[in-house]
Design a protein around this ligand. Sequence first.
Ligand code: CTP
Ligand code: MG
Length: 575
Amino acid sequence: MAARGLGLLTSLPLRARRSQVQRPLCRLLSCPGTVAAALGREEQSSGSAETGSEDRTPKKRFSEVQKERREQAQRTVLIHCPNKISEKKFLKYLSQHGSINNHFFYESFGLYAVVEFSQKESVASLQNVTRTPSLGTEAAIPFRSRYFNLKLKTPLNQTSEQPSVQCGTQSSPSSKKLFELLCCAESVDDQLNTLLREFQLTEENTKLRYLTCSLIEDVAAAYFPDCTVRPFGSSVNSFGKLGCDLDMFLDLDEIEKFSTHKASGNFLMEFQVKNVPSERIATQKILSVVGECLDHFGPGCVGVQKILNARCPLVRFSHQASGFQCDLTTNNRIALKSSELLYMYGALDSRVRALVFSIRCWARAHSLTSSIPGAWITNFSLTVMVIFFLQRRSPPILPTLDYLKTLADAEDKCIIEGHNCTFVRDFNKIKPSGNAETLELLLKEFFEYFGNFAFNKNSINIRQGREQNKPESSPLHIQNPFETSLNISKNVSQSQLQKFVDLARESAWILHQEDKDRLSPSNHQPWGLAALLLPSVANNMSLAKKKKKPASERIKNLLESIKSSSTENSTATNG
Ligand code: CTP
Ligand code: MG
């Protein structure tokens, strides 16, 4: 243990020690700017307001949030600006088209402004005075979107007029800054909350995600005029980290809803349509043309790939202006419902998101997850594992999905493709948990729980909140909450699962060891979560593997001996 913590942290000021006296001082003196900035950011972020926190403020339903954000995005434009610009003049110029509710600037290979008008009509007014550029040797495809390019007739002189544009960041903190913040924290609980604050999507990033969907909707509307493009996955389920991909759902069913109103009397009008042999083929055809459209006409959409033979066909592309990697699917309504379920779980107890973010960051730090598809665990699976673990606490911190279903009323009823996706959506009907365990304890117990889980025979099931016999032989079986015959982690190989188990045991061991050393004054180590995120943990694991006994087993035994000796000590003390 003593040698742990070299590498990245050797270059950091290790002022932050696990000393009760030093920590508050460190917080005030060593990094006032960063902490203040972090707090400022949290106040700005709607994440906590929307998803609830300790202060039991009323939480908005998922559908309400989606509706508000979507409507906001429709009144918003994205403008690529010159690097030097006077914010005041820029806003004055745009105000000619109507009052502006909100705006912000950000940098991503250039300066961009996101401007939200009060009225949708202002967007049309701006479009009316906007020209299609003449490009000299190249030819422009005249697509009139809400993504503009602003040019200055006379560029601002560097010295004469200093631009006063403040840019928000759209990226997560560097690992150096993160370690500094974690080392300055007051407790492991504080570390987990700090990590959440630093990595969660900011208000601006969330707005940019809804705006990007809205811009893509404009392109898809060229074929399907009443379609809706909705974000789902971690962009909206409250577990998104800055930099996560943007999952989009092309919803064509809204069109169906409009047409049902049109039936009257004895007449029923139907559109003449082309028929194809299956729903899947229809999905592939729709995504294929939308993919073409994005490729040819979508401003800022680059690297368009049509991945139509996947289990869930999709179009993948980069949206250059926002920097988002986008996955567009259709006929994927159940995933939207899982996002709503995860959003509810995230909002039910303030510990859920903090724990999920830390586990996601821990997994990323040790290459257990990757942005490239493969045999690794996904963030979605990790989130479901945390939810399951929290359902297993005594008393439970989170209710089972079956219980949420019993609280549902007629309005909540939801059947998608024959799957019952019903659960209560009114937060007021769910009693808060009586469990008061600290995040520190939960983190430690999470690693212990999954370090010892019988993955070979049991399946993880958040519907029932208890292990079940595995119905098939995949190394890791996590039941899809709605499509119960599916395993959301079918892709995970035995070796990746073993790596997860090894690291979980090692991490539990580190935290237990720290408990033992808590009062040792000479321990100049990164501590708590910071120690768990160090790349050297993984390196130590591979070194340890070379020794005789399997590292994971040795750690398991060590852990058990630490636990039994601390139980003996406490019994002796009590006696
Ligand atoms: N999904 C699913 N079954 C899977 C994989 C994904 O139902 N086997 C759904 C989940 O609702 C998930 C969403 O598709 O949230 C998006 O998947 P993905 O992008 O892989 O996960 P995210 O939760 O968005 O996490 P990340 O931040 O890694 O993108
Ligand atoms: Mg995603």
